[in-house]
Ligand binder design. Structure first.
Ligand SMILES: CC(C)(COP(=O)(O)OP(=O)(O)OC[C@H]1O[C@@H](n2cnc3c(N)ncnc32)[C@H](O)[C@@H]1OP(=O)(O)O)[C@@H](O)C(=O)NCCC(=O)NCCS
Length: 173
């Protein structure tokens, strides 16, 4: 992994914050017309990757997605609004927070349905990990999320050691 080279200029949280709106269609739902959890995870992954991609200005892969509570059902015909922002940039990885809301435009309901933290790793076109720019926090909320992301990384590392998560080794073909 090439880690030397000129320091990358810091980028603000606002520069990579992303948003996505999806209309829930029958193909996204279960037999009762509720959004499938896996489809919501797919939307969360996509909007999270957008923020990571914008921050890193390189290709990114999802390393982990953690702790999602599905707080309320989402129905066919609802709008799902998802927002993502980079909480902290480490060396080659970034923690991104995603929050999803549902909007029923007919009855005028708008509420929080899910939140998740994801880690993305920046890679080049050969799949080699590359460093990411430092994150510049501006608001109090951004500074709080930055601190909390550091604490979550410590917990993740302890947990990974406990579960002996194997190192990724590309298959030789
Ligand atoms: C993510 C991936 C690149 C990490 O590779 P690795 O050899 O384990 O790399 P390292 O141990 O050197 O870690 C690289 C960085 O990723 C972070 N990382 C690795 N695994 C992680 C995990 N499970 N959760 C959070 N962060 C993780 C490390 O903390 C490190 O961060 P840093 O450089 O900012 O300090 C590799 O596991 C991979 O390619 N996985 C498949 C990704 C993919 O295809 N995702 C789509 C879904 S299948």
């Amino acid at each position: 992994m090439e880690m030397s080279g000129p320091a990358l200029p810091a980028r603000t949280v606002a520069q990579s914050q992303s948003e996505m709106t999806e209309l829930v269609l029958p193909n996204d739902t279960n037999t009762l017309g509720n959004l499938l959890g896996g489809r919501l995870m797919n939307f969360i992954d996509l909007v999270g990757a957008m923020a990571a991609y914008r921050h890193a200005r390189s290709h990114v892969v999802t390393a982990s997605m953690e702790h999602i509570d599905f707080i309320a059902p989402v129905h066919v015909g609802d709008l799902i609004i998802l927002k993502s922002s980079v909480n902290r940039a480490f060396r080659t990885s970034m923690e991104v927070g995603v929050k999803a809301w549902v909007e029923n435009t007919i009855v005028g309901i708008h509420h929080h349905v899910a939140s998740a933290y994801l880690t993305f790793v920046a890679i080049d076109t050969q799949g080699r990990r590359v460093p990411v720019a430092p994150l510049l926090t501006e608001t109090d909320a951004e500074k709080r999320r930055y601190e909390e992301a550091g604490q979550r990384r410590e917990v993740r590392e302890v947990e990974a050691r406990r579960r002996h998560i194997p190192k990724f080794e590309p298959a030789k073909i």
